[in-house]
Design a protein around this ligand. Sequence first.
Ligand code: AMP
Ligand code: FE
Ligand code: FE
Ligand code: ZN
Length: 282
Amino acid sequence: MQIDLHTHSSVSDGTEPPAVVIAQAARAGLDVVALTDHDTVGGWDEAAVAAEHLGIGLVRGIEISCSLAGRSIHLLGYLTRPDDNELMADLARARDSRETRMDRMVELLVADGFPISIEQVQAEVADGATLGRPHLADALVTAGIVDDRTEAFDRFLHHESPYYVTHYAPDPVRAVELVVAAGGAAVLAHPYSGLHGRTSTPELIADLAAVGLLGLEVDHRDHDDEARRELRGLAGELGLITTGSSDYHGRGKPNLIGENRTDPAALEAIVDAATGTAYLPA
Ligand code: AMP
Ligand code: FE
Ligand code: FE
Ligand code: ZN
């Protein structure tokens, strides 16, 4: 069983529509894929139709952007109820705040002489999609200011850049509670990623485990062997499952779909823990 539990479509900052992401997963020989767009369930229905058509298992998920002491932490929520009021209200608040934040980032770039407009950014975003820095990166590419998303992040959009602006994001403890209350399974995404040090600590992970975190995403390209070893040890101590994924973003990142995978037993634990939305088997 080949299982990839973290991918993005153009409903957030991936470059392909949900149906194409599912088709790519099937073409890569995967048996199960999770669609986990940032802060939205907007791609779920299209993904479900495609998965049924192609005979591939589908885990409907989200990746919630969280914030703690200025650090950006990502939480995967699998199989949550799509009509859970509290979770949906929080995601809507984050998406609204992302719009204001983008206006401000564009203003800062314009003030420094980079000719970019919010209309140019919006032109890079699919209707109703979660707006993110990658869309601003795409607008900078289209405007000829940079060559690709990587250069845009390196020069203008990284966390310490003068053009970086934060947006509302829940505290990770609250995000785990929201996912669990919505009947979902919570898995901390790439806990030890981060260009300038790890985004999560063992202490935070223990705090999250105490409020119902189910697992840690261990096999991810942002983790070297040492990070994976430490995370596996921590998962063992705390009784958490471990997962693996590609974090596929279409042409938006070099990540290849299926490049890291999840053990079937971990998928089973997620399906067993979740009551909010059905897992769609192949
Ligand atoms: P945001 O949520 O708007 O702050 O944007 C964060 C997203 O940008 C992450 O989910 C990544 O998918 C993407 N990202 C971060 N760093 C890079 C990078 N160097 N190149 C391409 N995409 C990136
Ligand atoms: Fe992303
Ligand atoms: Fe992430
Ligand atoms: Zn992701």
